[in-house]
Ligand binder design. Structure first.
Ligand code: ZN
Length: 475
């Protein structure tokens, strides 16, 4: 549903202020593009909408703004009516959730964490310590006591559950990609559980590691954040000081000790990757994963702030121009941005494969042009004979494979390669699709996250990205 403009917003539309009309345009274009049934009323709305956006020759700017302010409320009311059946269908019927307080499954999960993770770490079992060292490098000793703290925090949160507002509670509104979500810290922390967080839908390993991940976010002292999820081994590449503050690294130890998931790296392989030491494509992928994750989490946080009317213009820095002081409208556009970032996160974390091109015999190669904030468009390089494309994209339903030319990969810094792949990828995802934000707008949000994230994290992110941006060896 698109929020019907308030008198204050209509005034801003009339005055051409605060990006209000432009934001409605984003929402309406996206809603019309998503509409599946396209009957007569849909066609009528399309015609009306293009008239509203058209500026007839001779109409003054003020006249256009006044006309839009006059017609927009009724247009949105009609559009919402068209969207209503779909919106109702999308709403899941109310589910019955098992009680959380005293849940034998959750008690068993916490016991599993105690017996298989916390105690072996405290008693220095070789298997447990190998995992801790792999995940935290030379900060392993500092990580050890934090596992007990996380478990105690989880036990306290579970004990507070009242099925209404405290402790652990089911929240069917949680995005499906989040298994659970920690909120607040210390004695007032809560953990929301998604509708998938149930014994018959989620394995014990997944549930226990998710709880530890979320519990680590709620520690009273030095709570963790999400610098990098476990995708593409990004969490292994964090410098140990950041690993200590990254929830995914605690989650990884739980997976190692309770489950043993296939495809993970051993200590030697991690050593080769950590701290900017690894091959450049592994770093490129890790950089992309980390940036997309931070952008996704950040926009999720902004939605919360906007919905509570506690957002400032400063917090919207780095995002495309948005209406800063309008709760429901801002919340609605941020939700669209979040959904697009969710799509991008899945594309980067789950579907992207980076491959090094063959070492060609003397092909003519230049590094591709950098895109800048003022000029996000891709510059087509003039085709020359004997020219190898720096990036070649191949998409199948299960993977997007990007081949980075050998010459370029050996000359380019990981950050420059990551940046170009990101812009190209977002262009491909949203090209020709009417979405609220264009591919390059989404890419800019991601690419500038170390400048616009929560102030406390900016320095750390810049530091991490700078380490990975160093020229790395390829072979
Ligand atoms: Zn997290």
């Amino acid at each position: 549903m698109i929020p019907v403009p308030t008198p204050a917003l209509l005034k801003q539309i009339t005055a051409n202020e605060n990006n209000v009309y432009a934001s409605y345009r984003r929402l309406i274009d996206a809603a019309l593009a998503k509409q599946a049934t396209r009957g007569d009323s849909y066609q009528r709305l399309i015609v009306q909408w293009s008239k509203l956006n058209l500026i007839p020759p001779g109409e003054a700017k003020e006249g256009t703004a006044r006309r839009r302010a006059a017609e927009l409320p009724q247009f949105i009311t009609d559009l919402n009516q068209l969207l209503a059946p779909a919106a109702t269908q999308a709403q899941q019927p109310a589910e019955d959730f098992p009680p959380v307080a005293g849940s034998p499954w959750i008690i068993r999960l916490l016991k599993l964490v105690e017996e298989k993770v916390v105690r072996p770490i405290e008693t220095g079992s070789p298997r447990a310590m190998a995992s801790v060292r792999t995940c935290f490098g030379d900060e392993a000793a500092a990580a050890v006591p934090r596992f007990r703290e996380i478990l105690q925090q989880l036990q306290a949160i579970h004990a507070r559950s009242d099925g209404k507002s405290k402790g652990m509670l089911y929240n069917p509104a949680l995005p499906r990609s989040m298994g659970a979500l920690g909120r607040g810290s210390g004695a007032v922390a809560c953990i929301d559980l998604s509708s998938e967080f149930r014994p018959h839908l989620m394995s014990d390993v997944k549930a226990a590691s998710t709880l530890v991940h979320e519990g680590s976010h709620t520690l009273a002292v030095e709570p963790t954040v999400d610098f990098a999820y476990r995708d593409a081994h990004a969490h292994y590449l964090l410098p140990p000081k950041l690993a200590l503050l990254n929830a995914g690294n605690y989650e990884q130890v739980v997976i190692d000790l309770i489950g043993g998931m296939p495809g993970q790296l051993n200590a030697g392989e991690v050593e080769a990757l950590r701290d900017g030491a690894g091959d450049s494509l592994a770093q490129v992928h890790a950089l992309m994963c980390s940036r997309v994750v931070r952008a996704w989490v950040r926009v999720y946080d902004l939605i919360g702030l906007a919905a509570n009317g506690r957002i400032t213009a400063g917090e919207l820095r780095g995002l495309p121009p948005l209406p800063s002081d309008s709760g429901p409208l801002l919340t609605a556009v941020l939700r669209e941005l979040f959904a697009q970032l969710e799509t991008l996160m899945s594309a980067v974390n789950d579907y992207l494969v980076l491959r090094l091109g063959a070492q060609a015999g003397g092909g003519l190669n230049r590094a591709p042009e950098q895109r800048t904030k003022d000029d996000p468009g891709a510059h087509q390089r003039p085709a020359t004979l004997d020219d190898t494309q720096p990036l070649t994209f191949e998409s199948t339903p299960t993977a997007t494979t990007v081949t980075v030319s050998f010459d370029w990969a050996s000359k380019g810094a990981p950050d420059a390669i990551a940046r170009n792949i990101l812009f190209e990828l977002t262009d491909r995802i949203w090209q020709g699709k009417q979405a609220a934000f264009s591919g390059s707008e989404v890419a800019h949000v991601v690419q500038s996250i170390q400048l616009t994230d929560r102030p406390a994290l900016r320095m750390m992110l810049e530091d991490y990205y700078a380490r990975l941006s160093r020229k790395a060896k390829i072979d």
